[in-house]
Design a protein around this ligand. Structure first.
Ligand code: NAD
Length: 437
C-alpha cells in the first residue's frame, strides 16, 4: 500500500454542462435518466460496470470501480447545455433519431426540461450549420464573460456543488496553433481583438477554466489543446482532457493494431471508409471540418506501430481515412476497413472489418465516464492534462515532450493504475512470479 490521495467527498449535485445538445448529448442524458429509473443498464460505462483487481490474484479483492473510488452517483447529476439550435433535449433527441420512441417517451418530460442556453456560435467555424439561439457581443472576450455568467447562474439555480463541462458540439474547421495560442496573455488579447484564431470551442474552454470547471473536448478541434489553456488549467488547478471521443472505427483500430504489433506482423496498407447520415456527418462533409477529423484519425496508427523502430514491418504503410455523408443511414454508421498485412517471408494476407455501429450509442457512456472521472480528478487535486483519460480519446492530450499513447490496452492499464494510485493500492505489473515460487 502507498499513501492514498486526499480526495474531497463527492457530496451534493454535480452539474454536467454540455456545449452542443445534439445526438451524443441527448443520447447521454436520456440514457442516464433511464438508468436512474432502473429501466436500463449502463452498458459501455467503465465507471458503472467495470471491476478493478486489487492486490494479488489470490486475495480476490475485485470491487466495482464505482465502489472503489468516490464517484458522484447518477442521482447527483444535473444537466445544462448550450446550442445555436433552440430545440430542447426532447426535440433534439427526436431529430437525432438515435433512440427509438420507446426509449424517448418514458423520459420525454425530463428531456423537455433541458433547454439550451444561447450559444457562442459562428458559422465561419462550422460551415454547414445555422441556428438563431446565439449570443451577441462586441468581442470574443465579451462572449466568454457571458458564458462565465451562464456557468455561475446554472450553478446557483440548480444548487450544484461542482460542475464539469464536456464539449459535445460540432467539429470546427481546422485551426493550427499560432501566436494567439502560445500564452494566456496572448490568448486573452486575441479574444479582445476578435482574432479569427479564436474559435467558439476555445471560448467555452476558457470560460470553464476561468470558473474552475474541469473541461473535456469530445471533438477533434483544438479547443483547450494549446499552451495558453494548458497554462490556465495548471494555474487554476483544473483538470482537462481530450480530444475526440474514441468510438466506432478508431476504437476498433486501436484494438486491432496493438495485437498485430504484439505478434510482429507487418502492415502495408489500411484503408478505412465510413458512411453516416447524421448532422455530424453533414458537418464533416465540409472539407475544412473533415480536415480536423482526418488529422485526429490518421495519427493513431503511427503512434501505435512506431514505424521508426520497425521500418521492416511498418515503414511503408498506406493509411487512408474517408468519411462519406450518406443521409439514409442516419446515426447508424457503417465503417469498412481493409487491412493488407504480411507475415513470415513477406507473404500477404488481408483482414476485412465491417462495423455496423451506432456512433452516439458508443459515445454516450464515454461522456458519463468523463464527467465522473474529471470530477474525481478535480476533487483529488489533479490539475492540467489528465493523460490517464487517453483511453476515451482519438487524439489524447499529452505533455509537449511526449508522444501520445494510443494503444487501448496500455491506456486501459494506465487508467486503472491511476485509480489504484489515488486510493493508495499497489500498481499491478502482471509479473506474478510469486505464485510459482
Ligand atoms: N458520436 C460519436 O461517436 C463521436 C465520436 C467522436 C467525436 N464526436 C464528436 O462529438 C460532437 C458531437 O457529435 P454529435 O453526433 O452529437 O453531433 P450533432 O451534430 O448531433 O450535435 C452537435 C451539436 O452541437 C451544436 N453546436 C455546434 N456549434 C456549437 C457551439 N459553438 N456552441 C454550442 N453548440 C454548438 C450543433 O448545433 C449540434 O446540435 C461532434 O463534434 C462529433 O464529431 C462524436
Amino acid at each position: 500500500m502507498t499513501t492514498p490521495a486526499e480526495i474531497r467527498p463527492a457530496d451534493g449535485k454535480l452539474g454536467v454542462l454540455l456545449p452542443g445538445l445534439g445526438a451524443v448529448a441527448t443520447t447521454f442524458i436520456a440514457g442516464v435518466e433511464a438508468i436512474r429509473r432502473g429501466v436500463a443498464e449502463p452498458v459501455g460505462s467503465v465507471t458503472q460496470l467495470q471491476t478493478i483487481r486489487l492486490g494479488k490474484r489470490t486475495e480476490e479483492r475485485v470491487p466495482r470501480i464505482r465502489d472503489f473510488v468516490p464517484l458522484a452517483a447518477l442521482d447527483q447529476l444535473v444537466f445544462g447545455a448550450w446550442d445555436p439550435i433552440p430545440d430542447d433535449a426532447l426535440e433534439s433527441a427526436r431529430v437525432a433519431k438515435v433512440l427509438e420512441d420507446r426509449d424517448i417517451e418514458p423520459v420525454a418530460a425530463f428531456l423537455q426540461t433541458i433547454r439550451p442556453m444561447p450559444a457562442v456560435f459562428d458559422p465561419d467555424y462550422v460551415k454547414r450549420l445555422h441556428g438563431p439561439n446565439v449570443k451577441t457581443g462586441r468581442t470574443k472576450r465579451d462572449l466568454g464573460e457571458q458564458l462565465r455568467d451562464d456557468i455561475r447562474r446554472f450553478m446557483a439555480e440548480h444548487g450544484c456543488d461542482r460542475l464539469v463541462m464536456i464539449w459535445c458540439g460540432s467539429t470546427e474547421i481546422f485551426i493550427a496553433p499560432g501566436p494567439a495560442h502560445q500564452s494566456l496573455a496572448a490568448f486573452e488579447r486575441a479574444m479582445e481583438d476578435n482574432d479569427p484564431a479564436i474559435a467558439p470551442s476555445m471560448i467555452y474552454a476558457w470560460a470553464a477554466l476561468k470558473e474552475g470547471v474541469p473541461y473535456a473536448n469530445g471533438a477533434p478541434n483544438l479547443s483547450a489543446d494549446f499552451p495558453a489553456l494548458h497554462e490556465l488549467a495548471a494555474a487554476n488547478g483544473v483538470p482537462i482532457a481530450g480530444k475526440d471521443f474514441k468510438t466506432g472505427q478508431t476504437l476498433i483500430k486501436t484494438i486491432i493494431a496493438p495485437g498485430l504489433k504484439a505478434r510482429m506482423l507487418g502492415l502495408s496498407g489500411w484503408f478505412s471508409t465510413n458512411i453516416l447520415g447524421n448532422r455530424d456527418g453533414e458537418v464533416l462533409d465540409d472539407p475544412e471540418s473533415f480536415k480536423t477529423k482526418e488529422e485526429s484519425k490518421l495519427g493513431v496508427l503511427e503512434h501505435i506501430l512506431q514505424p521508426d523502430m520497425y521500418p521492416e514491418l511498418y515503414g511503408n504503410i498506406y493509411h487512408k481515412v474517408r468519411i462519406n455523408y450518406y443521409p439514409p443511414r442516419g446515426d447508424n454508421k457503417e465503417g469498412w476497413d481493409n487491412l493488407d498485412i504480411f507475415g513470415w517471408l513477406g507473404y500477404p494476407m488481408q483482414i476485412k472489418i465491417d462495423f455496423l455501429c451506432r456512433d452516439s450509442i458508443l459515445a454516450a457512456p464515454i461522456v458519463l465516464d468523463l464527467a465522473l472521472f474529471l470530477d474525481l480528478a478535480a476533487r483529488s487535486g489533479m490539475a492540467g492534462i489528465q493523460e490517464w483519460l487517453s483511453f476515451y480519446f482519438k487524439s489524447p492530450l499529452h505533455a509537449p515532450e511526449l508522444y501520445p499513447e494510443h494503444d487501448i490496452f496500455i491506456q486501459h492499464m494506465k487508467l486503472k493504475n491511476t485509480l489504484r494510485h489515488l486510493m493508495g493500492e499497489e500498481q499491478i505489473t502482471h509479473l506474478g512470479r510469486e505464485y510459482y515460487e
